[in-house]
Design a protein around this ligand. Sequence first.
Ligand code: BMA
Length: 338
Amino acid sequence: MKITRHPNNPIVVPGGYEWRKVTVFNPAVIIDNDKFYMIERTAGSLTPCKNFLGLLESEDGVNFTHVKDEPVLTPDELGFPYGSVQDPRVVKIDGTFYMNYALRPCAMNYYPTNRGVPERSFPTYPDGWGEQEVHWRTRSSIAKSTNLVNWEFVADTTPLEINDRDNILFPEKINGKFAMLRRPEEYVGAEYGTEKAAMWITYSEDLIHWEEPKLLAKGENPAWESRKIGGSTPPVRTDKGWLVLYHGVDDEIVYRMGALLLDLENPEKVIARTNNFIMEPETYYEKFGYQIPNVIFPTGNVVKDGLLYIYYGVTDTAIALATVPLDELVDYILNEPQ
Ligand code: BMA
């Protein structure tokens, strides 16, 4: 499968403002009125690694400039002055932008070792913050906006006692309901039907009350999915089904990308899935970085003139772009060579 990395990669790098001095990664991207908008996850420090969300715009999807010199969403605004807001995904439904984001009530310190996940420690915060275990867990939530600049909290979409991220809304309602992917870390074991963290799907009438999730896909290929899998980008409607890019992690903590096609009317039904990954860390900027080596982590995708633009975080350090003709990718998923 030929997925083309942009020659300007990484297209968005840290620097400039204090709140994005150290890292920028895992962005949401959407096209609105012919313009590309990106919401970047940023940090001005690794100790603690407090993440903010910044907004950028672009005419061509490659050259991005900031819309504001301040973040558009901070943990402080969400009521978590010591927290970290992470991994946005944005869709637009009936004229409103909805953003899934992950949040840790308390930000951790990270010490990169250049092998696998960074070592970490837990800072001491005032006022009882950090005293409860739940303060260090990742929850997932939805915010909404009419202009991508001002965001309003809508709801938490996951129980706060578990670690749940990669919550991703479908870009339209299905059979009258909102639909969303989840990746609950603790839903593992015989009773859950999966031994490793996996992708689940859930529905809601109002974005606030979510149905019991159903298992959608779990790691199948130990060569690259042995540790866990999770959703990556908001589903893209194609005439063959919903295209969903997802990530797989192996025991060496290498993050790779695969793809699913889900039934348009019943997205619990997997029509086709790549057995092998379709992209893996290859270039220098995908293998080496400030935070964690060997990570490509797609979080945004848009279609323009038949081309799928895939935006992905690299090594939790910068943002890269790769493109592929949408019909070629769908055809590949349906007819993957054995
Ligand atoms: C995942 C998430 C992502 C991150 C990736 C690699 O579990 O935390 O935000 O990019 O790990 O560190």
